[in-house]
Design a protein around this ligand. Structure first.
Ligand code: ASP
Length: 357
């Protein structure tokens, strides 16, 4: 797959590079172009988690119109945040154990090396826009809970009920089937003695969108946005709004983000690991695999392991570098990432450490 991707990349960037071959590919920061010279041109690229094809499509449209990478990726993920059918992000995201939707998001802007984030934000469907406002209109990086909501209100964000009928029903089913020892009952008949005993195997539902882009100016930015772990303890904050864990951008190196078990990224600062591995010379895919490996190497808790010692959860990484190279990797096989290289918008397989049986 590595070879294929490299071939695709060469094919798609070839035309753009040929078109700009006469000009040196200078960074805006490094040298002021002579008067009347065309600005530096790069082949833009957008990567996102597997649920992000509509986001990469939108982001690429904007990048081709010379948008800043952050404008592009935020506009891209807003589509998914607004979508009631995606139960992992924004409006319609699965709630916490009390049935309340709490959203996490972060943005990071490469050229200014600034970031903004919100955590456990209720009632606002686009936490990525609030995160961006924190970056641009406050001296802080992270606002949480009620403070984040007050800040959003002050900036004119509209409050709404984020719980859709679909996500409420999924939550209620979980709540009622959980235990015979509490007072929540599933639909049952008069002679049913074991209502709630059907302790169904609920896979803890993870899901998030991360989207990162390289724009025509050669600048990088990224965004991660999520409703977090389904049925989490109220107030739980995952990796998505934590700069360095669920998202990290260094404009001179690359951008990386993650989806999956957030707690594993919080204890490993995983997105920084990906960017630092790229700085050390690894390709985006190798860098993503390095972060997966670090998680596995640091995993000590038996409850998080399968019988054979492998992790009983998954974490996915997505990365691009300043050259427009890209890659995705996960602990377990079967994950995909969305990639728009300016020619084609498609889903590609993530590299992985372990093959699912
Ligand atoms: N990483 C997110 C979190 O832990 C969830 C996910 O990506 O599925 O909140």
């Amino acid at each position: 797959m590595g070879n294929l991707k490299r071939r695709d990349f060469l094919k798609t960037t070839g035309a753009a590079l040929a078109a700009t071959a006469a000009q040196p590919l200078l960074r805006v920061k490094e040298a002021l172009p002579p008067l009347h010279a065309a600005p530096p041109v790069r082949q833009p690229i957008v990567i996102a988690s597997g649920n992000g094809l509509r986001a990469t499509e939108k982001a690429m449209q904007l990048l081709m119109q010379r948008s800043d990478a952050l404008d592009a990726v935020v506009a891209g993920v807003n589509i998914i945040e607004d979508d009631p059918d995606d139960i992992t992000v924004g409006y319609g995201g699965l709630p916490n154990e009390d049935g309340v939707v709490e959203l996490d998001s972060s943005v990071m802007h490469g050229p200014s090396h600034r970031a903004g984030a919100v955590a456990a934000l209720q009632k606002i469907k686009n936490p990525s826009l609030v995160a961006r406002t924190v970056m641009e209109r406050s001296d802080h990086v992270l606002l949480v809970g009620k403070g984040a909501l007050r800040f959003a209100r002050a900036h004119g964000f509209q409050e709404m009920n984020l719980l859709t009928e679909k996500s409420r029903k999924i939550w209620l089913e979980w709540k009622e089937a959980m235990s015979t020892k509490d007072d929540w009952l599933q639909p049952h008949s008069l002679d049913d003695r074991s209502v709630g005993a059907q302790l169904r195997e609920y896979a803890r539902h993870y899901g998030t969108i991360n989207c990162d882009a390289l724009d025509l100016q050669g600048n990088l930015s990224g965004v991660t946005t999520t409703s977090g772990l389904a049925f989490k303890i109220a107030g739980r904050v995952g990796d998505s709004p934590i700069i360095g864990a669920g998202l990290y951008v260094d404009n001179e190196v690359g951008a990386a983000g993650s989806t999956g078990r957030g707690e594993s990224n919080l204890v490993n600062c995983s997105s920084v690991i990906v960017v630092e591995a790229m700085r050390a010379g690894k390709s985006p895919e190798e860098a993503c695999l390095a972060a997966c490996r670090r998680i596995v190497d640091n995993l000590k808790e038996a409850r998080l392991k399968n019988d054979d010692g492998t992790p009983a959860f998954n974490v996915n990484f997505y990365a691009i570098n300043t050259k427009g190279e890209y890659g995705g990797a996960a602990i377990w096989s079967g994950s995909k990432f969305a990639l728009h290289d300016g020619k084609e918008n498609r889903l590609l397989e993530c590299a992985y450490l372990y093959k699912k049986k």
